[in-house]
Design a binder for this molecule. Structure first.
Ligand SMILES: Cc1cc2nc3c(=O)[nH]c(=O)nc-3n(C[C@H](O)[C@H](O)[C@H](O)COP(=O)(O)O)c2cc1C
Length: 128
């Protein structure tokens, strides 16, 4: 198996401004490119879900850094495993922001983006 992947979820410490998200993504994409890490970050108002994939040592190191990051807490691994091929080979860090409020019953939780579906399919299936 060539690659290792890890999916975690966490709770944002506070709501980041658009500029702060831009800055986070700028750094993440730059760092990920250097280490040949790809993946996808889903930002919900009350939760982050991120898939990171690459060489196992790099993914474990990034997860360590991530779990110490003050911008979120309760960082919890949902799934991890080895892979022959990447799930998101073209994305140094794909990003999707869903402006849904999970606590608002009027706003039914609707995610249509195919990449987001792919992320949840990976969580649901027996990969790894
Ligand atoms: C939700 C979230 C996602 C992140 N994603 C990445 C990422 O994909 N790649 C990355 O290098 N840093 C990412 N970071 C930043 C890391 O937590 C950390 O700041 C970075 O790896 C530098 O580590 P250091 O501050 O310990 O040197 C993310 C931070 C947050 C809050």
């Amino acid at each position: 198996m060539n690659y290792f992947y890890l999916i975690y979820c966490s709770v944002p410490a506070r709501r980041l401004s658009d500029e702060e998200v831009e800055e986070l993504l700028l750094v993440a994409r730059r760092e990920n490119k250097l280490r040949d890490i790809t993946g996808m970050l889903l930002c919900l108002p009350e939760m982050y879900v991120q898939l990171i994939e690459g060489a196992e040592a790099d993914i474990r190191q990034l997860y360590l850094n991530l779990s110490r990051d003050q911008r979120h807490h309760t960082v919890t691994i949902l799934k991890e495993g080895h892979l022959e091929q990447r799930f998101f080979p073209d994305w140094s860090m794909g990003y999707d922001q869903k402006s849904v409020t999970l606590t608002n019953a009027e706003d039914s939780f609707c995610i249509s983006d195919e990449k987001v579906f792919a992320l949840f399919e990976i969580l649901d299936e027996g990969f790894g």
